[in-house]
Design a protein around this ligand. Structure first.
Ligand SMILES: NC(=O)c1ccc[n+]([C@@H]2O[C@H](COP(=O)([O-])OP(=O)(O)OC[C@H]3O[C@@H](n4cnc5c(N)ncnc54)[C@H](OP(=O)(O)O)[C@@H]3O)[C@@H](O)[C@H]2O)c1
Length: 336
């Protein structure tokens, strides 16, 4: 193919929030697939808080992105050339294609999707890693029982907005923590949460106490830091604290450790972290159930779509750390 592939590469390891000089915009000819490979035109990039962790040169559940490498990203796209019998030109797919316009893949880890059933953005959201994280974090790690009280931080984000709706499907009382009146109103008025607490308001933890006077059975934490501490104060006896993420800490060199951990002892509670990839052999099961709830109108895939080019990635990623997204943040490339 006689065209140019625009890419975003990691130029420097950020300290704190990534800044434009941490990225390099590069271009090279679009590669030609070899036997067994496909060429994918990337149409949608998934923007994830975990991307920040991938930029640090320290051990994690996945190796860091190397300097000068194309930035790692989950993405959706269309097969434009195929030398792999498992894929045809025109197939729509998701996979780890990176922040670039065209990607070569041998097909491993690539899923075919049907954008005539739901939009590509939903395959990166409710039916993608976001949905899997909410589903397995809440039902398996959180061991949710019908009718319990659930507290969710980062509740208006991609994972949080799903967790709350899944808990409502199970007849639970659901309380969300989010930044700002608009996000809190979306949780209660649109997504069916029973209460929402704005953590940016002084004395907000009082609101938490009022919303959950008898404590919470599951605390699904996406935020960490002081928000985790405030939630720990609200545990009911036998509570499960699900450590899904700690976005408030990703840009800080030295994470804030929880002060209120003795609440686990007093309340005979447990706190457990997880990585969604460990549930990969059950994604199909979760996907089928989530798709059913979407079809039935019981679940809404909340998505925040920014349209632009791969060159807009460096300016779009920080939205996650500034609370500028409501639902799953996706960068749509061009008009697809
Ligand atoms: N364990 C796993 O396998 C796994 C998989 C996927 C995601 N995760 C984790 O799940 C969490 C949510 O991910 P997501 O994709 O759904 O992102 P997201 O919640 O859609 O986006 C980030 C949101 O976090 C909030 N936030 C940012 N900085 C904050 C701060 N300093 N204090 C409090 N809130 C802050 C903002 O909302 P406000 O406006 O409300 O502040 C922002 O909109 C992240 O921690 C992520 O790392 C874990």
């Amino acid at each position: 193919m006689d065209a140019t592939n625009h890419q975003i590469r990691l130029a420097a390891r950020p300290t704190g929030e990534p800044v434009p000089s941490d990225w390099a915009h590069t271009e090279e000819p679009v590669p030609t697939p070899e036997d067994g490979q496909i060429l994918v035109r990337v149409t949608h990039l998934s923007l994830d808080p975990a991307m920040r962790a991938w930029l640090d040169d320290r051990p994690s559940y996945i190796p860091p992105v190397g300097l000068n490498e194309v930035m790692r990203a989950l993405a959706g796209g269309e097969v434009v050339e195929s030398k792999n019998p498992g894929f045809a030109v025109g197939d729509h797919v998701t996979g780890v294609f990176g922040v670039q316009e065209y990607a070569i893949s041998d097909g491993r880890g690539v899923q075919k999707v049907d954008p005539s059933a739901v939009p590509m953005t939903t395959y990166l959201s409710a039916l993608g890693m976001t949905g899997m994280t909410a589903y397995f974090g809440l039902f398996d790690v959180g061991a949710l029982k019908d009718g319990e009280t659930v507290l969710i931080s980062g509740a208006a984000g991609a994972v949080g907005s799903m967790v709350g709706q899944l808990a409502k499907i199970k007849g639970c009382r659901v309380i969300g923590i989010a930044g700002g009146a608009e996000k809190c109103a979306t949780l209660t008025d649109e997504l069916g949460f029973d209460a929402a607490v704005d953590y940016k308001v002084d004395g907000w933890s009082r609101g938490l106490r009022e919303a959950a006077p008898d404590g919470v059975d599951v605390f699904f934490d996406n935020v960490g830091g002081e928000v985790l501490d405030a939630g720990l104060r609200r545990l009911a006896r036998g509570a499960r604290v699900v450590i899904c993420g700690a976005i408030s800490q990703y840009n800080s060199g030295q994470p804030y450790g929880p002060k209120n951990y003795l609440s686990l002892l007093v309340n005979r509670a447990r706190m457990e972290g997880f990585v969604v990839f460990d549930f990969a052999n059950r994604y199909a099961e979760a996907g089928a159930e989530i798709a059913g709830w979407l079809r039935a109108g019981k679940l809404h895939s909340k998505e925040h779509v920014v349209t632009g080019s791969v060159g807009d990635f460096p300016a779009t990623l920080p939205k996650l750390f500034r609370g500028e997204n409501l639902g799953k943040l996706v960068l749509q490339i061009g008009k697809d």
